[in-house]
Design a protein around this ligand. Structure first.
Ligand code: PMV
Length: 303
């Protein structure tokens, strides 16, 4: 194969970011914003990104992992196009790493080897996340929605939410720095941090119960509780707090930061009947996206 392409979805973490790094469960869903990667055989040796040398990039690292582990000798050139805004908590880098690894797998092996893609994408993701839990790469690979726990992996679950409103606070930040911030909190307050881990786990279990009975108001309340925990460990920000208030004042059931925090995106659970109105209201101040949940995972694309 001279050329191959693949795409993978971004994601929202509905419950449990950061605590998932410490092996607590999190609820995550793929969204219908995708990254698409095309890889072609290149005349020069090594892995290139838009014909440039760029070793410190998740896509390049993921492709290098496949090339090296399979002893592939031709040069490769990567082209990325993505509708997932970067560095705002929507899993853009993982989606790029997974689609790059998938396209590389198609070129090198002639098929999409999911296990290899997962390993390679995780290697790529390590460049961006200081200590990745694996949640972002797992959901980009599997798609749909589910429960993720580091020591157990991914279990598909039924999430009774079709669409969610995302508000981009406009502040970009590095997930790795936020993960370090939580680690510092844990080192300063080990006992309280342990309590927070327990509270978070209970909250995730309560959310699963709410999903089963389709109680969206209940889910919204739990999102606000989750936001309080994230605030306590230091990953909220003034913009996030303001956005959450604005969402509630506009009629959302609940809202919280999603992903690394420190800026980035806030997700809002809103009744579908008023979704467009709420989105329009908030878009006077911030960029908003109404996205569908439970999107398809990694897939081969036409070149
Ligand atoms: O900011 P994002 O979209 O990369 O999400 C990070 C999620 C964390 O839980 C903060 C880190 C992780 O690896 O699980």
């Amino acid at each position: 194969m001279e050329k191959a392409a693949a795409s993978a979805p971004g994601k929202v973490i509905l419950f449990g970011e950061h605590f998932v790094v410490y092996d607590k469960p999190a609820i995550v869903s793929a969204i219908d914003l995708r990254a698409r990667v095309e890889i072609s055989i290149y005349s020069r040796e090594g892995v290139w990104l838009r014909e440039k040398r760029m070793s410190n990039h998740p896509a390049v690292r993921a492709v290098e992992y496949i090339v090296q582990s399979k002893g592939f000798s031709s040069g490769l050139n990567i082209k990325i196009s993505s509708d997932i805004p970067p560095s705002v908590g929507l899993g853009s880098s993982a989606s790029i790493a997974v689609s790059s690894a998938a396209a590389a797998s198609l070129i090198v092996l002639g098929r999409l080897d999911r296990e290899l893609v997962e390993e390679a994408a995780f290697e790529g993701e390590k460049i961006v996340h200081y200590n990745p839990s694996g949640i972002d790469t797992t959901i980009a690979l599997n798609g749909m929605g589910g429960l993720y726990r580091r020591s157990i992996g991914f279990t598909k679950i039924n999430i009774p939410i079709e669409k969610i409103l995302i508000i981009d606070t406009g502040r970009m930040r590095k997930t790795g720095e936020m993960v370090k911030r939580v680690r510092e909190y844990m080192e300063r307050n080990p006992e309280r941090f342990n309590e927070l881990l327990m509270i978070e786990e209970k909250l995730v279990n309560e959310a699963l119960d709410m999903f089963k009975i389709g109680d969206l108001e209940g889910v919204g309340r739990l999102m606000l509780k989750n936001q309080e925990l994230l605030r306590e460990v230091g990953v909220s920000s003034n913009e996030i707090e303001e956005t959450v208030r604005l969402a509630l004042a506009s009629g959302a059931y609940g809202a919280k930061l999603t992903g690394g925090g420190g800026g980035g995106c806030v997700i809002c659970l809103v009744d579908e009947d008023i979704m467009d109105r709420v989105s329009k209201n908030i878009s006077r101040f911030f960029r908003t996206y109404v996205v569908r949940l439970l999107a398809e995972g990694v897939r081969e694309e036409k070149v």
